[in-house]
Design a protein around this ligand. Structure first.
Ligand SMILES: NC(=O)c1ccc[n+]([C@@H]2O[C@H](COP(=O)([O-])OP(=O)(O)OC[C@H]3O[C@@H](n4cnc5c(N)ncnc54)[C@H](OP(=O)(O)O)[C@@H]3O)[C@@H](O)[C@H]2O)c1
Length: 259
């Protein structure tokens, strides 16, 4: 058996190609910066082209490699075209961060067909087709890979008064999708894991705070986490030291919610 050095942890992502969805703001923007700073070539995905261009420039100015890829993850054709484009620009994606997501912010019975499809397609269908597209290519090339799906602590804990039933449904499904894909793809050395964040500072959370007021007063530590407080978990899940970790979901919620 090959012996690993001590500590068996490296954040060197040189030679890796990372696709990060939802990179125009919040957690995804941070993920893109962190992965690029560790040496990965990053395909930064979102719909707002101007924000992607700014992000790519910031990463390049810091010495990293980043290609802005305008893509609506709720559109299968755009996913397939985007994956082709990334392949030709950066090579085979071996790190996928399925991060793009939206909230419903409406009670279940008030959700019309358009909102239902938008939330399902963005939060569940998009991650599904991206994961399959990335995994298929890795299998063809017999390369290992890492997929990290961003779920939510809401997948495990939902509260009366918060209109989020559809969001919770999609985020719960992401956890199960993670487990099922991990089992199916283990033999191909593709690890699939999820992160379930609590409340972290982002555009989404700023919008929620505007709607429902300051919820941090109800948290034991009375604070909202910052995106950089997720760096180490992200890096762990894409690094060699988590080789045997697959099909799991790591909750990062600062103890905000009960268990
Ligand atoms: N922040 C938290 O406290 C928290 C907690 C639990 C889970 N999460 C999850 O973490 C992920 C990131 O959320 P965030 O808080 O960072 O929110 P955010 O700041 O609102 O970012 C959401 C990102 O998703 C992208 N996006 C939305 N719809 C898209 C689409 N159809 N196609 C492509 N990109 C799309 C947005 O980019 P464009 O608008 O440019 O397309 C944006 O970059 C989400 O999946 C969210 O559910 C966040």
């Amino acid at each position: 058996m090959k012996k690993a050095g001590i500590p068996n942890f490296s954040t060197d992502l040189s030679g890796r190609v990372a696709l990060v969805t939802g990179a125009t703001s919040g957690l995804g923007e941070r993920f893109a910066h962190v992965l690029a700073a560790c040496g990965a070539s990053v395909a930064a995905v979102g719909r707002r082209a101007e924000k992607l261009a700014d992000l790519a420039q910031g990463i390049r100015d810091a010495g990293g490699v980043c290609e802005p890829i305008t893509m609506d993850v709720s559109d299968r054709t755009q996913i397939r075209d985007g994956l082709q484009r990334i392949q030709s620009l950066l090579g085979t994606v071996d790190i996928l961060i399925n991060n793009a997501g939206i909230v419903d912010a409406r009670h279940a019975t008030k959700i019309d067909d358009e909102l239902f499809d938008r939330v399902m397609n963005t939060n569940l269908e998009g991650p599904w087709f991206l994961a399959c597209g990335v995994a298929e290519r890795l299998m063809q090339e017999k390369k290992p890979g890492r997929i990290v799906n961003i779920s939510s602590i809401a997948a495990f804990n939902t509260q009366a008064g918060m209109p989020q039933a559809l969001y919770v449904t999609t985020k719960g499904a992401i956890v199960r999708m993670t487990e099922a894909m991990a089992v199916e793809w283990a033999k191909f050395n593709i690890n699939v894991n999820a992160i379930a964040p609590g409340t972290f500072r982002s555009e989404m959370v700023d919008g929620m705070l505007e709607r429902v007021g300051d919820i941090s007063q109800y948290f034991p530590r009375q604070r909202i986490c910052e995106p950089e407080e997720m760096d180490s978990t992200l890096l762990f899940l894409v690094s060699p030291s988590s080789a045997c970790v697959t099909g799991t979901c790591i909750k990062i919620d600062d103890g905000q919610l009960g268990r």
